[in-house]
Design a binder for this molecule. Structure first.
Ligand code: PHE
Length: 450
C-alpha cells in the first residue's frame, strides 16, 4: 500500500540547502576527472566553449523541466509520470531512470572507492609501507575494490537513511563548501607553480580547428552526465522543494556551480599533467592520446605527488583524493536517493528500510563488478552514455507533447510570478519541444550508429 506523501517524504530546510544538495549531485567524478581530460583531448578551450553552449542550451532547459515535474507532483520519477498523465508509457521512463540510477551507482561506487582508497595509498607511501600502498592501489584486486565499495556505500546509506533535510541536506551543506575550499587552494597552488603555463595554455587557448561533430557530441554527453540529468535525480530533488522557491533561478545556480567547478578542476588538472610530464611522468598512451580517466587520476597524479616529496606531497595528495571522495559522495547520495524515493512512495516502505534494501542490492552488483572491472565500460555506455540522453529526450517529449509546456510554466510561476509575461517562457518552450529533442536525437543516433 502506498503511503501518503506527507508521511515519509521530507522537504529541504532552506533554499540554500537545496541548491547545495543539487549542486552536490551534479559535481562529482564527472567534473573533476572526466571534464578536464575531455577538454585536454578535445582542443582545450574549444571544448570548454562548446560545453558551456551545450550546458546552457540543453542542460539548463532540461534541468528546469525535471525540477518542474518533481515539484509539481512531489513524487519520485515513476510516481511523477503517473500523476501527470494517464499515458501508460511514461511511468516506464521514470522506471528507466530508477534503473539507470541503480546501474550508474553500481560502478560509480567502485570508482568512488578507488578515490577513497588513494587517501590511504598516499599515507602508506609517505610512511614507506610500499607493499601496503601497492596492494591498495591495485584496481584489479577484487577484494580491495569490494571493501572500499562497501565503505562508500555504507556511508551513502547512512546519509540517505537520515532523510532529506537531516541526512542529505546536512551532509552536503558541510561537504560542498569544504570541497570548494580544497579545490580553490589546490588550484591556486598549482597555477602558480613554475611550468604550469604550458598546461594553462593548452586548456585556455582555443583551437577552433578541433571543433568537429564528435567534439560536440562529447560535450553534450558530458553535459548530461555532469548535470545529473536524464534519470530523474532532479525530479526527485525537485519533489522536496517548496512552492515558494524559484525553480529557474535555482537551476541556474546549480548549472553555474557545476560549470564553475568543472572549470576550476581543469585549471587544477591541466597544469598538473604538464608538471608531471616535466618530472618525467608519461602522460600519453601508445597511440599518442592523453592518458585519460582512471589512468590520469590514479597513476599520473600520485606519481607527481610522490615526486613532490615530503610533507607537501603528502598534504596535496591526501587533500586531492579527499576532495574527489567528497565530490563523489554528494553524487552517490543523489544516485541512491532516486531508487529509495521510488520504493518509499510507490511501495510504502519506510525510508530507513528502503535505503538499506536498495543500498544493499546495489552493493551486491558493485561487488560483482569489483571482481570484473571490465564491466564498468559497458555499464557506463548503456546507462550513462545512452541511458541519460535517452531519458532526457523522453522527458522533453513528455513535457512538450503530453503534460504540455504551459503546465510546466504554471508550476514555475510558483516562486517566479512574472514568468508568464517574460520572453523566457516562449524560449524555454521552444527549446523543450523542438531544439533539445532534435539535438539529443542527433547525438544518440551518432553515439549508437556513428
Ligand atoms: N553528475 C555526477 C558527476 O558528475 C554523476 C551523476 C550522474 C550523478 C547522474 C547523479 C545522476 O559525477
Amino acid at each position: 500500500m502506498a503511503t501518503t506523501p506527507t508521511e515519509n517524504r521530507g522537504t529541504w530546510n532552506t533554499k540554500f540547502g537545496f541548491i547545495l544538495a543539487a549542486a552536490g549531485s551534479a559535481v562529482g567524478l564527472g567534473n573533476i576527472w572526466r571534464f578536464p581530460t575531455e577538454a585536454a583531448s578535445n582542443g582545450g578551450a574549444a571544448f570548454l566553449i562548446i560545453y558551456i553552449i551545450c550546458v546552457t542550451l540543453i542542460g539548463l532547459p532540461v534541468m528546469i523541466a525535471e525540477l518542474s515535474i518533481g515539484r509539481s507532483t512531489q513524487k519520485n520519477p515513476v510516481g511523477a509520470f503517473k500523476a501527470l498523465s494517464t499515458n501508460k508509457f511514461f511511468p516506464l521512463v521514470g522506471f528507466w531512470g530508477v534503473l539507470c540510477g541503480v546501474m550508474i551507482l553500481s560502478f560509480y561506487t567502485i570508482i568512488a572507492g578507488w578515490t577513497f582508497s588513494h587517501v590511504f595509498v598516499e599515507i602508506f607511501t609517505f610512511a614507506g609501507w610500499h607493499s601496503a600502498a601497492e596492494l591498495l592501489a591495485d584496481s584489479e584486486n577484487g577484494w580491495i575494490n569490494a571493501i572500499f565499495a562497501m565503505l562508500f556505500m555504507g556511508l551513502t546509506i547512512v546519509i540517505i537513511r537520515g532523510g532529506v533535510s537531516e541526512g542529505i541536506e546536512r551532509a552536503t551543506k558541510l561537504m560542498m563548501p569544504l570541497l570548494v575550499f580544497i579545490l580553490v587552494i589546490m588550484t591556486l597552488y598549482v597555477v602558480f607553480q613554475p611550468g604550469a603555463a604550458e598546461g594553462l595554455e593548452v586548456y585556455l587557448k582555443p583551437d577552433f580547428s578541433m571543433i568537429t561533430g564528435e567534439l560536440v557530441l562529447a560535450a553534450l554527453g558530458q553535459a548530461f552526465f555532469s548535470l545529473s540529468l536524464g534519470m530523474g535525480a532532479l525530479i526527485t530533488y525537485g519533489s522536496y522543494l517548496s512552492k515558494k522557491e524559484n525553480i529557474v533561478e535555482a537551476a541556474s545556480f546549480v548549472t553555474l556551480a557545476d560549470v564553475g567547478i568543472a572549470f576550476l578542476a581543469g585549471l587544477l588538472i591541466m597544469p598538473t599533467i604538464f608538471l608531471a610530464q616535466a618530472q618525467g611522468v608519461e602522460i600519453y598512451d601508445e597511440t599518442g592520446n592523453f592518458l585519460a580517466g582512471p589512468a590520469l587520476i590514479f597513476q599520473i597524479l600520485p606519481e607527481l605527488f610522490s615526486q613532490m616529496g615530503g610533507f607537501l606531497g603528502l598534504t596535496i595528495g591526501i587533500s586531492f583524493f579527499f576532495l574527489l571522495s567528497l565530490a563523489a559522495l554528494t553524487s552517490t547520495i543523489s544516485l541512491l536517493e532516486v531508487p529509495t524515493s521510488y520504493i518509499i512512495d510507490e511501495h510504502g516502505v519506510r525510508r530507513k528500510k528502503a535505503a538499506l534494501y536498495v543500498g544493499l542490492t546495489v552493493l551486491a552488483l558493485s561487488i560483482i563488478i569489483s571482481f570484473n572491472t571490465g564491466l564498468i565500460g559497458d555499464i557506463d555506455y548503456i546507462f550513462s552514455v545512452i541511458g541519460l540522453p535517452l531519458g532526457g529526450l523522453l522527458i522533453c517529449i513528455f513535457i512538450g507533447y503530453f503534460w504540455k509546456t504551459r503546465s510546466a510554466v504554471d508550476e514555475m510561476k510558483n516562486g517566479f510570478k512574472d514568468i508568464r509575461d517574460s520572453w523566457f517562457t516562449t524560449v524555454w518552450s521552444v527549446f523543450i519541444k523542438f531544439i533539445c529533442p532534435i539535438i539529443i536525437v542527433i547525438i544518440l543516433a551518432q553515439t549508437i550508429f556513428g
